[in-house]
Design a protein around this ligand. Sequence first.
Ligand SMILES: *Cc1c(COP(=O)(O)O)cnc(C)c1O
Length: 372
Amino acid sequence: MKIETLAVHAGQRVDPATGAVSAPIHLSTTFERDVEGTYSRGFMYTRNNNPNRQALEEGISALEGGASAAAFASGTSATGAIFQALAPGDHVLAHVDAYYGTSRLLREIFLRWGLQADFIDMSDLAAVKKALGPKTKLAWMETPSNPLLKIVDLAEVAKIVHDAGALCVCDNTWAPILQRPFDLGADFILHSTTKYFGGHCDVLGGIVVAKSDGDLFQRIRNIQYEGGAVPSPFDCWLILRGMRTLPWRMRAHSQNAAKVTEFLAAHRKVERLHYPGLQAHPGHKIAQKQMSMFGGMLSFEVKGGRDPAMKVTTSTKIFTRATSLGGVESLIEHRASIEGPGTTSPEGLIRLSIGLENADDLIEDLDQALRL
Ligand SMILES: *Cc1c(COP(=O)(O)O)cnc(C)c1O
């Protein structure tokens, strides 16, 4: 099946009890036991499993081409479950440009519990090779990165990491559908389903998809129901509903972003523009190799630094000033002030999450904001 068909049908079945085409939401926390004491219908208690969560896990796993998936209450709790599945003393290699919250999770929580971690620029393959050691169990890849849209060569990094006997995770939150990490060698895929999967800025969630059902995934599964950071049935329902339109939305997000990029590239107040679809982008060749389209995220630097950048973010009328990404509505954000002290974001940098409005309206909005 092609990806659009999978997105519509994976994890979906007509409800046998009622014939409902859209799945019912099972709010029940507990399920009836058979007279023999067993649970022949497969559900016992909602923290362990729930029909809506099972449908979501089957759906996203099928979409990514994995063997199994475990859904969590947020992208961050899904990330945490992967690290919790490792043992004290294990070494994790993470991309220096990994999601801010992921590196904070490692530095502030997991180092204290005995994990070791190094953060390196994974676009430098020699640096990856050098940083791998006998205790390295996991490499954390993320591409395109936040907020500079840097590109990591997933296939090359995966090869190097596997040669060293470690496993690879790819955080694919920014490029679902467009990028197929299992085909490129990843062993696990992480999504913050809060973003493009949910797609409407109204639900928080995360998921770990495993290429095969090995020991590490079994530990993640145990952490899911023993740790209890599970999504509600309604959240699972919303995320799976979002998945139904995901391939078409990703296409439209990418097309809109390409048009906005074209406008910004020609603007005299724009000093630098970061979008992997641009010929001049340092990761363009690799992005072309591993992405089918270049996604809906871009950033640009305004001439003059912080003050003119802030002025732009307070002058747009269609773009909403807010963090996060992946919704139908376009968002604008001054990244350095969101991240606060210690940020590596340039002061003039503005990040855009391009939504599903008409690109001409988005361009007109940016045009008037840049003129002020
Ligand atoms: C948002 C995000 C996360 C964290 O997900 P939450 O759902 O906010 O916990 C992880 N990785 C990336 C790339 C993200 O954009």
